[in-house]
Design a protein around this ligand. Structure first.
Ligand code: NAD
Length: 498
């Protein structure tokens, strides 16, 4: 019997109803390992109703009590961390060690959100006018929704829901239908930690469920992470329906290698950030930009040598550097892009399509490396989301700076150099949201914030950090005076504090 997932609504599992089902594959073998119900509009609305009911009482809990739920959740996850990492790896295809990192980066935002009593403190002005005090509060929005991608099934749901519920909202999560088991388990653990039923509901589904969330009047805000095409659809639909929206999309992250860089360090960084998780990270490096021909030749030589040592393996193989892609469509897309690159005239230095694979039916593809890639090529302009690294040779520093700055995506970028002056100039001028200096994947820590620029993000406020507290709350400002027995009579001019 094939395992069948359930939604998680009102603190308990709810089986799929009249809607259809999606297949969850084992990426190592290509076989179907479970089925996930895809919610209808009616089922999605039921999850929102349940959340709306639960939110009212939850918002009345004081912030310190809400924080204690998050702290208990952290302990519960720790106790079954290895099981969770294996479950995540078995549906996604990333290695177990990498899956553990996925969980860890999510937990760090839960730790941040546990500081909610401090984060929610408002502002107060004593005696703003004669006998008048002014203060501000941050209050929850009500029901908020999160729609998340397949590539970080623990981290991104936690980035969204931890600050949202800490602020006193109820959260309806629509995780990726490709690897939804971990998000459900996280919701069960929240329930065990004392989160009241309905404050966190998980509803599985695809476009019908998403569009229902985007148009339901009771949903006040939508947080989305996924491809740019869907991010734009979610942003325009949600905002047209009067909701707040923060929608994070695709990427094409460059790593600039200056002639003075430590080339071994840069090559190691490119291999890890380019091929780790089979390139299925929004912060993966997909473009290497060596400055000058001599740097390019020396870098290429090092990359080729290191690629030769890479181990493609099953996701549960502790010796594997990276595992299979998530699905057959992803495999097909990456193969197609390699073909496109060849047709466009880029030099295919290493062809991952012929790599030896551990299981014949699995969604495996080896690492590919292109050289002499040009900005007009599709393999440069478009997100491949697979283990394919392109070398674009830059003539000089200004040329290298222009490449990521002029690209339509602006998620992350890195520069490798030993020169502080160059690094400082680069970080100030590059037109990209997150920058690494000798750090290839500059995902900020939980108490800063995460967000790209240009077509990598639609919206104003970033994920986690104080931005997330602002996103999931609305400000209320109170001007108050207590009667002192003095009557001033009616005033017909705008009140001033003069
Ligand atoms: P995706 O856009 O296919 O799916 C994301 C979510 O949207 C899923 O929950 C899916 O069910 C839903 N969805 C898909 N098509 C839809 C449609 N037509 N209408 C409504 N909802 C729809 O993305 P994915 O393949 O799961 O994830 C990979 C993408 O996510 C990459 O482009 C990657 O760069 C991006 N990503 C971005 C960030 C970031 O922070 N910028 C982080 C992780 C991943």
């Amino acid at each position: 019997m094939i395992r069948e997932l359930t939604h998680f609504i009102g603190g308990k599992p709810v089986p799929g109803g009249s809607g259809s089902f999606g297949d969850i594959h084992d990426p190592n073998t290509g076989t179907v390992q479970a089925r996930v119900p895809l919610a209808t509009a009616e089922e999605t609305r039921a999850a929102v109703s349940d959340a709306a009911e639960a939110q009212v009482a939850w918002a009345e809990w004081n912030p310190q009590r809400r924080a204690r739920v998050l702290l208990r959740f952290l302990h519960l996850v720790e106790a079954e961390r290895d099981t969770l990492a294996r479950l995540l790896s078995s549906e996604h295809g990333k290695t177990v060690a990498d899956a553990d990192g996925d969980i860890q980066r999510g937990l760090e935002v839960v730790e941040f959100a546990a500081g909610i009593p401090h984060l929610l403190k408002g502002e107060f002005t004593d005696n703003a006018g004669s006998g008048i005090d002014v203060y501000s509060l941050r209050q929850p929005l009500g029901v908020v929704a999160g729609i998340t991608p397949f590539n970080f099934p623990a981290m991104i749901p936690l980035w969204q829901l931890a600050p949202a519920v800490a602020c006193g909202n109820a959260f309806v999560l629509k995780p990726s239908e490709r690897d939804p088991s971990v998000p459900v388990r996280l919701a069960e653990l929240f329930a065990e930690a004392g989160l009241p039923p309905g404050v966190l509901n998980v509803i599985h589904g695809a476009r019908e469920a998403v569009d229902t969330l985007l148009t339901d009047d009771r949903v006040a805000a939508v947080a989305f992470v996924g491809s740019t095409r869907v991010a734009e659809h979610v942003y325009t639909t949600a905002t047209a329906h009067g909701k707040r929206a923060q929608c994070f999309g695709g990427a094409k992250n460059h790593l600039i290698v200056m002639p003075d860089a430590d080339l071994d360090q840069a090559a190691d960084a490119l291999i890890g950030a380019g091929y780790g998780s089979a390139g299925e990270r929004c912060m993966a490096i997909s473009v290497a930009v060596p400055v000058g021909q001599a740097t390019a030749d020396a870098l290429r030589e090092r990359l080729v040598a290191r690629i030769g040592e890479l181990r493609l393996g099953r996701s549960d193989d502790p010796g594997a550097d990276f595992g299979p892609l998530v699905g057959s469509d992803a495999l097909e897309r990456v193969r197609e892009y390699v073909e496109i690159g060849v047709d466009e005239g880029a030099e295919l230095v290493v062809d991952g399509r012929g790599a030896e694979v551990p299981e014949p039916g699995g969604f495996f593809i080896g690492p590919s490396l292109f050289d002499h890639v040009r900005p007009d090529m599709r393999i440069y302009r478009e997100e491949i989301f697979g283990p394919v690294l392109s070398i674009v040779r830059a003539d000089d520093y200004e040329h290298a700076l222009r490449l990521p700055s002029e690209h339509e995506y602006g998620n992350g970028v890195a520069i490798f150099t030993r020169d502080g002056d160059t690094a400082r100039d680069f970080t100030r001028r590059v037109n990209t949201g997150m920058v690494g200096v000798n750090v290839p994947i500059p995902v900020p820590v939980a108490y800063h914030s995460f967000g790209g620029w240009k077509r990598s993000m639609f919206g104003d406020l970033n994920q986690f950090g104080t931005d997330s507290i602002r996103f999931f709350t609305q400000a209320k400002t109170v001007t108050s005076r207590w009667p002192s027995g003095i009557r001033e009579g009616a005033s017909f001019t705008i009140p001033t504090m003069g």
